[in-house]
Design a protein around this ligand. Structure first.
Ligand code: HEC
Length: 148
């Protein structure tokens, strides 16, 4: 006797497989969404962090930089710039940021330039707080190297 798949068997495989995959997808989505508050440290989102995020958006920093891998690949990844340029010390990093933002653009031939944004010290502190907060997001060891 030849064995063959009947129409109803094929239907069952199609719907059964589809529903099974959908259930796994929903379970994984639920699991991810549940982990976000802990992994993003959202309790540490101070008003200064929120203000820094707004400045980040308004000045389109992401138009040149990446943050957690998202953005443009013209300029360095900034998720770990707190560790890279501040040695994970908030005061050192804030001083570095003030200096860095003030001296732009650096006129070195054949080097990519960053514009001058004319931000106040307070605004630069907000941006620093935002980048410090971002550096503490659990992004599965991203970025892979200290240079981003
Ligand atoms: C037009 C592109 C552009 C925009 C927009 C831009 N940057 Fe940059 N940024 C650069 C480039 C290019 C460098 C690297 C310059 C160099 O090394 O001389 C840089 C470097 C930096 C660094 C130092 C990174 C390191 O590893 O040393 C920081 C911090 C930084 N940018 C912050 C910002 C912030 C904050 C904003 C938004 C307010 C911003 N950038 C917007 C182009 C840009």
């Amino acid at each position: 006797m030849t064995e063959r798949i009947t129409k109803s068997m094929a239907k069952n495989i199609y719907y059964g497989g589809g529903i099974f995959a959908l259930m796994i997808f929903i379970a994984l989505t639920f699991d991810t969404v549940q982990q976000i508050p802990e992994r993003s440290n959202e309790v540490d989102m101070t008003p200064s962090v929120v203000a820094g995020k707004k400045l980040w958006e308004d000045n389109n920093c992401v138009g040149c930089h990446t943050l957690i891998g998202e953005g443009a690949y013209y300029a360095p990844e900034l998720m770990n710039v707190f560790q890279r340029r501040g040695g994970s010390d908030e005061a050192v990093f804030k001083a570095y940021m003030k200096g860095w933002m003030a001296v732009q653009p650096i006129e070195i031939p054949n080097r990519r330039k960053m514009p001058q944004f004319n931000l106040t010290d307070n605004q630069v502190d907000n941006l620093s707080d935002f980048l410090i907060w971002t550096s503490k997001v659990d992004a599965n060891e991203w970025p892979p190297t200290i240079e981003g």
